[in-house]
Design a protein around this ligand. Sequence first.
Ligand SMILES: *Cc1c(COP(=O)(O)O)cnc(C)c1O
Length: 373
Amino acid sequence: MKNQSYVWHPNTQMLEWLKFPKIVRGNGMWLIDQDGNKFLDGVASMWCNVWGHSKKELVDVIIKQTKKLQHSSLFNFTNEPIEILAKKLTKLSPGMAQVFFSDNGSTAMEVSIKMALQYWNNLGLKNKTKITTLENGYHGDTFGAMSVGYVPEFFSKFRTKLFSTVQFPVPNSYHMPNNFTKNEFTDYCLEKIDKKLCEDESIAAFVMESGAQVAGGVNIYPVRFQKQVNEICRKYDVLFVLDEIATGFGRLGSMVEYKNQKCRPDIVSFGKMLTGGYLTLAATLMTKKISDSFLGRFSEMKHLFHGHTYTPMRTKKSINKIVFDEGKKHHIFFRTLGNIIMLVPPLAISKKEINLLIDGTLDTIKGITRLTK
Ligand SMILES: *Cc1c(COP(=O)(O)O)cnc(C)c1O
């Protein structure tokens, strides 16, 4: 019984699966394997597909964009599609001012948590460091995301490396504790949250899924629950951080579920259905209150210390900015590491272009030396 696959499949006991159906084509709601078997896609390709597979309009725009530009980092540049998308997302999401992009839901949650923690740090309130969450939540499989969404069966092996959080019981429609009605248990949960947030000033944020806990067994919250948690957070000046990765963009009938829940989060993340399942992308949106707290002189180090290869980062005036501006005059894109100018061109670069790169680098360094004299 030897497993022959070169691919290690996620959350899968590989010995149980000696052979996986090989999907060769998608067509509408159907996936088709190499033997011609059809599978009606009952999981929307891990909950992210919206319009079905091989939807012509989507494929066409992806091809059109791919022919123009495949990837340009947001570390120092911007680009048209990302600007359009960021604007659309903020218009769609009441109260939100800006968008930080990453490439999967777990990282979007990592960004949310870091943003919430650094917000208080930027304000000088360095003791506000605790994260509160709900039991039975799920926010992804990376370490920060595991910490805020502890699911015992999934995460117990890594428990010693997870950061601690305060978890509250969540009203669960399927099994109420003895003698509680749904209403009474909702009140009981809310009282617990209120009491803790009232007495503990070190709480930085409350993180929860918006609308329902999906991975936790499709637990749809009682109508008023999320709104009241939001109100408690506001009362005690705790950031309200929502995860709409599973529920946003239509799954619960709303594009933005917190609107439906009559909430106003400080930070909210979208993923999965954001791209209809055609590209890997996630987004973390925040209010102006949050984004403004990250503004300052470069030396204040208030900017967000986070960025992925397929992500943006905000840069302010710094050595990096000076080098970038000077490099631009010589038509070269640099991104520095501290006081190091790194040259990392695409591997297929020609000799002629290498020479241009080196000459331009030398001219840039001369230019900077002149500037900083
Ligand atoms: C799927 C999911 C995530 C993680 O997203 P990935 O893209 O799988 O990393 C986070 N939160 C919720 C609610 C999810 O359903």
